[in-house]
Design a protein around this ligand. Structure first.
Ligand code: UN1
Length: 511
């Protein structure tokens, strides 16, 4: 089955992990290899040859050449190139969605949903290509005009994580391409095949449309090339999605060379349920947020604050819903499955360690709490833990697994303060029918996260909004709204069309 999925995307069981541009995949076979594993079976899916230092140099040189052409291509024409990529992704949505499910372990509808995000951001970027607006200002000097413009930035480096192996690349790459940049991508070593497929689909569309190479790819067997990438002065922007630990290093190193970084790091996302919450909406919102993608979204719901008056009944309902999910854990590529495996054995270890820590801190496992050892693959039970405090270390930590900590509260201010009292600041939500509570939650004194929702969950953000978060989440914003600006350099221009040279601030400097 896995071979059929690969074949439908033109990938064999051995493939180069390096797209060098000009239709060429590297022939390097002595720089190590990646062996992505099917998380549902533990079997190796294929061998991907990693890139050499020489491959990396070729890529950067060719990207520099491509940039010279692309930066002067009119932006709406660049949008047309992106439109072709979106069309090609539409055609391959089913196959690419299946490969994402196979390699990452998320369920097929979520794999397809991820490709849909790629298509949506391509559409968005096409429109944006005609709207790279700058302001026009009024000069304080007579006979002067002042305005600003956005120019292409250069080469954009994209380092993506295993959990969204293709969508996060597309958020960056489609906008960057419309903005006139060339992208070099280093995907997660756990999901190189999805990256190869995405690059093949988009580059074939670009080639057929007569466009230059906009998207390059390399894979690193260790971390040497990735570090060289982060330190490379020829790459003005590094967009990194991944853990706070690695993101901190990336941010520091890029800052060291005065580069720009866009960091999309960990979350510790909470939902608040006040006493008026509509449980018909809240329960599925919580279950999808905590259990969806087996808790491996950076937006997954990890903490739930429930008003004490409804706490016990909500917990009861959630435990029943979790039991239903338990019956639908399995092969992520099957239509009946609701929850797939964790991506790796390490993730299973992290899940079990967090549960042990929670118990040691006085927590009670209300449901779940174990790995499924009766089968192959990295399957675990979705888990709810009660009886912990927000300040407990395990609650303060993002564990990339389906573990939800449920806590009680008395008044909303207390719940908002607890929600915000974690190092991370990505996504957050309140379920309430009380207008005052909703508005307070969204006010300057409310949620401190980059995303704050009312009556929908923490995960599954639309591409149209700027995506990212505060504090240890890294502060970056990608995808919609005006996130395109990070892919461009800004220039203020003042033009004097008068016959004299008045100085600003009224300064007189008569010679
Ligand atoms: C991520 O987990 O890195 O909001 C991105 C969501 C998705 C993207 C998540 N649209 O859950």
């Amino acid at each position: 089955m896995s071979h059929a999925i690969l074949k439908s995307l033109g990938i064999g069981t051995e493939h180069s992990g390096t797209y060098l541009g000009q239709g060429e995949w590297s022939e390097t076979t002595d720089a190590g290899a990646l062996q992505p594993v099917n998380p549902a079976t533990g079997e190796v899916i294929a061998t991907v040859h990693a890139s050499s230092a020489a491959d990396y140099e070729t890529i950067v040189k060719r990207a520099q050449e491509a940039f010279k052409v692309w930066r002067t291509t009119p932006a709406p024409q660049r949008g047309e190139a992106v439109r072709l990529c979106g069309e090609a992704l539409r055609k391959h949505k089913d196959a690419l969605g299946s490969l994402v499910a196979l390699e990452m372990g998320k369920i097929k509808p979520e794999g397809d949903g991820e490709v849909q995000e790629m298509i949506d951001i391509a559409d968005f970027a096409v429109g944006q290509s005609r709207m790279l607006y700058g302001y026009t200002m009024h000069s304080e000097r007579p006979g002067h005009r002042m305005y600003e413009q956005y120019h292409p930035l250069g080469i954009v480096g994209i380092i993506s994580a295993f959990n969204f192996p293709v969508a996060v690349w597309a958020w960056n790459a489609m906008l960057a391409a419309a903005c006139g940049d060339i992208c070099i991508w280093k995907p997660s070593p756990k999901t190189p095949l999805s990256a190869i497929a995405a690059i093949k689909i988009c580059n074939e569309a670009l080639k057929n449309g007569g466009y230059p190479d906009l998207f390059f790819l390399f894979n690193d067997a260790g971390s040497d090339l990735a570090q060289a990438f982060v330190d490379d002065r020829r790459i003005p922007l590094i967009s990194f999605t991944g853990s706070t630990k690695v993101g901190r290093m990336v941010g520091e190193r890029v800052a060291q060379r005065m580069g720009r970084s866009l960091l999309e790091l960990g979350g510790n996302n909470a939902i608040i349920l006040d006493e008026t919450a509509d449980l018909k909406l809240a329960v599925p919102g919580i279950v999808f947020g905590a259990v969806g993608t087996a808790g491996q979204r950076c937006t997954s719901t990890r903490r739930l604050f429930v008003h004490e008056s409804i706490h016990d009944s909500v917990l009861d309902t959630l435990v029943k819903a979790y039991k239903q999910v338990e019956g639908k854990i399995g092969d992520p590529t099957l239509a009946t499955t609701l929850m797939g495996p964790l991506n790796s054995q390490d993730a299973v270890k992290g899940y079990l360690a967090a549960i042990e820590k929670a118990k040691a801190a006085g927590g009670t496992v209300a449901t779940g709490g174990a790995a499924l050892t009766d089968r192959k693959g990295n399957f675990v039970l979705p888990t709810i833990i009660t009886g912990l405090k927000n300040a407990d270390e395990v609650v303060q930590t993002e564990t990339f697994a389906p573990i939800l900590y449920v806590m009680k509260f008395k008044d909303l201010d207390e719940a908002i303060a607890a929600q915000n009292d974690v190092p991370q600041g990505l996504s957050s939500a309140i379920f309430t029918q009380n207008l005052k509570s909703a508005e307070k939650y969204l006010s300057a004194a409310g949620s401190d996260c980059g995303i704050a929702n009312v009556n929908i969950g923490t995960s599954g953000a639309e591409i149209g909004g700027a995506f990212g978060g505060e504090k240890e989440t890294g502060g970056g914003r990608e995808s919609g709204s005006d996130a395109w600006k990070v892919y461009m350099r800004r220039q203020t221009n003042t033009i004097n069309y008068s016959d004299s040279l008045p100085l600003a601030q009224g300064i007189k400097f008569d010679l």
